[in-house]
Ligand binder design. Sequence first.
Ligand SMILES: [Zn+2]
Length: 136
Amino acid sequence: MVRKIMKDTAFLSQKAEIATAEDLPAAVDLLDTLRANAAGCVGMAANMIGVNKRIIAFDNEGAYMVMFNPEIVKSSGLYEAEEGCLSLPGVRKTKRRQMVKVRYQNENFQTRLKTFTGWTAQIIQHEIDHCNGVLI
Ligand SMILES: [Zn+2]
Protein backbone atom coordinates (compact mmCIF):
# COMPACT_ATOMS: atom_id res chain seq x y z
CA MET A 1 0.00 0.00 0.00
CA VAL A 2 1.31 3.43 -0.94
CA ARG A 3 1.48 5.62 2.14
CA LYS A 4 1.63 9.34 2.69
CA ILE A 5 5.10 10.87 3.14
CA MET A 6 5.76 11.96 6.71
CA LYS A 7 6.98 15.56 6.91
CA ASP A 8 6.76 16.12 10.66
CA THR A 9 10.39 16.74 11.65
CA ALA A 10 9.66 16.01 15.34
CA PHE A 11 8.50 12.50 14.37
CA LEU A 12 11.38 12.08 11.91
CA SER A 13 13.94 13.14 14.55
CA GLN A 14 13.13 10.15 16.75
CA LYS A 15 15.51 7.20 16.75
CA ALA A 16 13.69 4.30 15.12
CA GLU A 17 13.10 1.03 16.95
CA ILE A 18 14.46 -2.41 16.06
CA ALA A 19 12.47 -4.05 13.28
CA THR A 20 11.21 -7.63 13.58
CA ALA A 21 9.42 -10.10 11.29
CA GLU A 22 6.15 -8.48 12.38
CA ASP A 23 7.25 -5.42 10.42
CA LEU A 24 7.38 -7.25 7.07
CA PRO A 25 4.05 -5.66 5.94
CA ALA A 26 5.53 -2.22 6.67
CA ALA A 27 8.49 -3.11 4.43
CA VAL A 28 6.06 -3.97 1.61
CA ASP A 29 4.35 -0.59 2.07
CA LEU A 30 7.77 1.08 2.08
CA LEU A 31 8.63 -0.51 -1.27
CA ASP A 32 5.22 0.39 -2.71
CA THR A 33 5.65 3.99 -1.58
CA LEU A 34 9.22 4.16 -2.92
CA ARG A 35 8.05 2.83 -6.30
CA ALA A 36 5.21 5.37 -6.37
CA ASN A 37 7.76 8.15 -5.79
CA ALA A 38 10.46 6.75 -8.10
CA ALA A 39 10.54 9.91 -10.20
CA GLY A 40 11.94 11.98 -7.34
CA CYS A 41 13.24 9.52 -4.78
CA VAL A 42 15.89 6.77 -4.73
CA GLY A 43 15.56 5.59 -1.16
CA MET A 44 13.23 5.67 1.80
CA ALA A 45 13.27 4.84 5.48
CA ALA A 46 10.21 3.47 7.28
CA ASN A 47 9.79 6.54 9.46
CA MET A 48 9.19 8.51 6.25
CA ILE A 49 5.92 6.59 5.92
CA GLY A 50 5.10 7.00 9.60
CA VAL A 51 6.51 3.67 10.83
CA ASN A 52 9.22 4.29 13.40
CA LYS A 53 11.17 1.07 12.74
CA ARG A 54 14.66 0.50 11.40
CA ILE A 55 13.80 -0.48 7.81
CA ILE A 56 15.15 1.07 4.63
CA ALA A 57 14.44 0.50 0.94
CA PHE A 58 16.54 1.88 -1.87
CA ASP A 59 17.52 1.62 -5.51
CA ASN A 60 20.58 -0.63 -5.68
CA GLU A 61 21.76 0.04 -9.23
CA GLY A 62 18.36 -0.58 -10.80
CA ALA A 63 16.91 -3.17 -8.38
CA TYR A 64 15.16 -2.31 -5.16
CA MET A 65 16.69 -3.65 -1.98
CA VAL A 66 15.24 -3.75 1.54
CA MET A 67 17.30 -3.87 4.72
CA PHE A 68 16.13 -4.44 8.27
CA ASN A 69 18.18 -2.97 11.11
CA PRO A 70 21.03 -1.73 8.89
CA GLU A 71 24.22 -0.59 10.55
CA ILE A 72 27.40 0.83 9.06
CA VAL A 73 30.28 -1.22 10.44
CA LYS A 74 33.07 0.30 8.34
CA SER A 75 33.41 3.32 6.09
CA SER A 76 36.04 5.37 4.26
CA GLY A 77 36.55 8.31 1.94
CA LEU A 78 34.86 11.42 3.33
CA TYR A 79 33.40 13.89 0.81
CA GLU A 80 30.88 16.70 0.70
CA ALA A 81 27.56 16.00 -0.99
CA GLU A 82 24.32 17.83 -1.72
CA GLU A 83 21.12 15.94 -1.09
CA GLY A 84 17.40 16.34 -1.20
CA CYS A 85 14.83 14.49 0.85
CA LEU A 86 11.19 13.81 0.09
CA SER A 87 10.35 14.73 3.70
CA LEU A 88 12.16 18.09 3.61
CA PRO A 89 12.15 21.11 1.31
CA GLY A 90 15.15 21.99 -0.84
CA VAL A 91 18.66 20.62 -1.15
CA ARG A 92 21.19 20.58 1.68
CA LYS A 93 24.91 20.01 2.08
CA THR A 94 26.08 16.99 4.02
CA LYS A 95 29.17 14.81 4.44
CA ARG A 96 29.24 11.24 3.15
CA ARG A 97 31.67 8.37 2.79
CA GLN A 98 32.67 6.84 -0.52
CA MET A 99 32.54 3.28 0.84
CA VAL A 100 30.35 1.74 3.52
CA LYS A 101 30.21 -1.80 4.81
CA VAL A 102 26.71 -2.51 6.10
CA ARG A 103 25.46 -5.22 8.44
CA TYR A 104 21.72 -5.78 8.03
CA GLN A 105 19.02 -8.40 8.01
CA ASN A 106 17.27 -9.47 4.81
CA GLU A 107 13.56 -10.29 4.39
CA ASN A 108 14.19 -13.69 6.04
CA PHE A 109 15.90 -11.96 8.96
CA GLN A 110 19.23 -13.51 8.09
CA THR A 111 22.16 -11.27 8.96
CA ARG A 112 24.21 -10.15 5.98
CA LEU A 113 27.29 -8.01 5.40
CA LYS A 114 27.69 -6.09 2.17
CA THR A 115 29.97 -3.33 0.90
CA PHE A 116 28.62 -0.49 -1.22
CA THR A 117 30.41 2.36 -2.95
CA GLY A 118 29.57 5.64 -4.64
CA TRP A 119 25.97 6.65 -5.27
CA THR A 120 24.40 3.56 -3.66
CA ALA A 121 26.59 4.03 -0.58
CA GLN A 122 25.42 7.65 -0.40
CA ILE A 123 21.73 6.66 -0.56
CA ILE A 124 22.23 4.05 2.17
CA GLN A 125 23.93 6.58 4.45
CA HIS A 126 21.03 9.00 4.01
CA GLU A 127 18.48 6.29 4.87
CA ILE A 128 20.42 4.92 7.85
CA ASP A 129 20.62 8.50 9.14
CA HIS A 130 16.80 8.53 9.00
CA CYS A 131 16.75 5.39 11.17
CA ASN A 132 18.82 7.30 13.72
CA GLY A 133 16.56 10.35 13.59
CA VAL A 134 19.20 12.33 11.68
CA LEU A 135 17.96 14.59 8.90
CA ILE A 136 20.14 16.32 6.32
ZN1 LIG B 1 15.50 11.63 3.43
